[in-house]
Design a protein around this ligand. Structure first.
Ligand SMILES: Cc1ncc(COP(=O)(O)O)c(C=O)c1O
Length: 431
């Protein structure tokens, strides 16, 4: 598909007018067009223009839009049956997917896997499992965390605007701690521990939930040694360690589970987003003795582990393996870092370049010495990219991080073209 600048022509315009009339204003898409179809990392709008999607549907499209194997798996499963509710009749694809995700999870303990619909639901259930296992109440989360929008997950999410404003009251027994951010907030781990236990006694903490790389929080890779420190601390005090891998999982960082980078084994891991190639599916992968704590029918839901979504997920796992997408994530990450580091040398506004594997982001600042965030300039870069056929998104507590959630199947020329557009946008905003 040739890349042309998007124009809001008639088809999209009419639909956007209807959207204004019939869809609440909380639904506010980033892209100024309506999609007609997508392939790989490209989307076509109703007017026939093509765009490169560097957001991959918020990180759900590691294998790209409409991968033929995912499409075929969905079609074949849909022809057999689309639903039973696994608590009434169990099916093969549920069990096969559980087996594969458990076997992909390194660490000495045997694992089991349970499925849900969304990332938030997986997080909520990880908390329920932790409480059931420990018989404790407190949940510890981090500054900059994003865990979803249902009430417990929203309580655990940090950012007030746009997520929490006006939705109080929230859930009780959730404690928020600083996240050791090497760029903005390096920390002494001993002091971190003292701060935590001044807030809540260790024997009251059910779980600590962390993102191996903060996603919505601004693609923050934690300070070296922090994840290992968390693991030791949680073992010492009988606290369940939950890795929320909704955004980092499925190979995005160059390893199937991002926790592998830290050489630890969490007790519970949440997965969603790219798990089923965009079909709604999430999972909690857990160490057997922890995940088996809730009893018969204690956790579940009508649609959880939908068979069509499970079939899609099995196809996604095949594609990751067959197309070497873990290695590709590393390669893409190297390319992105190099390009961004070149931009950092040329443009003062690029304050930090960071990431793990293909999860790469840049932080835009008004002044490199004070690190004052540059949210308006970030939005200007995003708009300039959108106007030139490249969809990129922001992140970060201050809205000044540009994050790459590129489909790992992207072609070289699309990647290069996309980065040329980003560089021109940064150059324009810098002058
Ligand atoms: C780390 C993390 N956890 C949980 C969620 C929530 O997932 P969902 O939107 O599927 O509920 C997200 C979504 O962005 C996420 O990035």
């Amino acid at each position: 598909m040739a890349i042309k600048a998007p124009v809001k022509a008639q088809g999209s315009k009419t639909l956007f007018q209807k959207m204004g009339q019939y869809v609440p204003r909380a639904v506010s898409p980033l892209a100024p067009f309506i999609i007609s179809e997508g392939r790989g990392a490209l989307v076509k709008d109703l007017e026939g223009n093509s765009h490169i999607d560097f957001t991959g549907g918020w990180g759900c499209l590691i294998v790209g839009y409409a991968h033929p194997k995912v499409v075929r798996a969905i079609q074949e499963q849909a022809q057999k049956f689309t639903h039973t509710d696994c608590s009434v009749i169990m099916y093969d694809v549920y069990i096969e997917l559980a087996e594969r995700l458990a076997k992909l999870a390194p660490g000495p303990s045997p694992k089991k896997v349970i499925f849900f619909n969304s990332g938030a639901e997986a997080v909520e259930n990880a908390v329920k499992i932790s409480r059931s296992y420990t018989k404790r109440k407190a949940v510890v989360v981090f500054e900059g965390a994003f865990h979803g929008r249902t009430y417990m997950a929203l309580t655990m999410t940090h950012k007030a605007k746009p997520y929490k404003e006006g939705f109080a009251p929230f859930c009780s027994d959730v404690y928020r701690m600083p996240f050791p951010n090497p760029y903005r907030n390096p920390m002494d781990f001993g002091r971190w521990e003292k701060q935590l236990f001044s807030l809540v006694n260790p024997d009251e903490i059910a779980c600590i939930v962390f993102e191996p790389v903060q996603g919505e929080g601004g693609f923050v890779v934690p300070q070296e040694g922090f994840v290992q420190f968390l693991r030791e601390l949680t073992y010492k005090h009988g606290i369940v360690l939950v890795a929320d891998e909704v955004q980092t999982g499925m190979g995005r960082t160059g390893k199937f589970y991002a926790y592998e980078h830290y050489g630890i084994e969490p007790d519970l891991v949440t997965l969603a987003k790219s798990l089923a190639g965009g079909m709604p599916l999430s999972a909690v992968v857990g160490v057997q003795k922890v995940i088996d704590a809730p009893g018969d029918s204690a956790i579940g839901g009508t649609y959880v582990g939908n068979p069509v979504a499970c079939a899609a997920a099995l196809a996604v796992l095949d594609i990751i393996e067959e197309e070497g997408l873990l290695d590709r994530a590393v390669e893409l990450g190297q390319y992105m870092r190099e390009r961004f580091e070149q931009m950092q040398q040329k443009y003062e506004i690029v304050g930090d370049v960071r990431g793990l594997g293909a999860m790469v982001g840049i932080e835009l600042v008004k002044d490199r010495a004070t690190k004052e965030p540059a949210p308006d300039e970030t939005m200007a870069v995003i708009k300039e990219c959108l106007a030139n056929g490249v969809i990129i998104a922001k992140a970060g507590l201050y809205g000044n991080v540009i994050r790459m959630l590129i489909p790992l199947v992207i072609k070289e020329d699309e990647l290069k073209r996309g980065f040329d557009v980003i560089e021109r946008a940064i150059a324009k905003v810098s002058h």
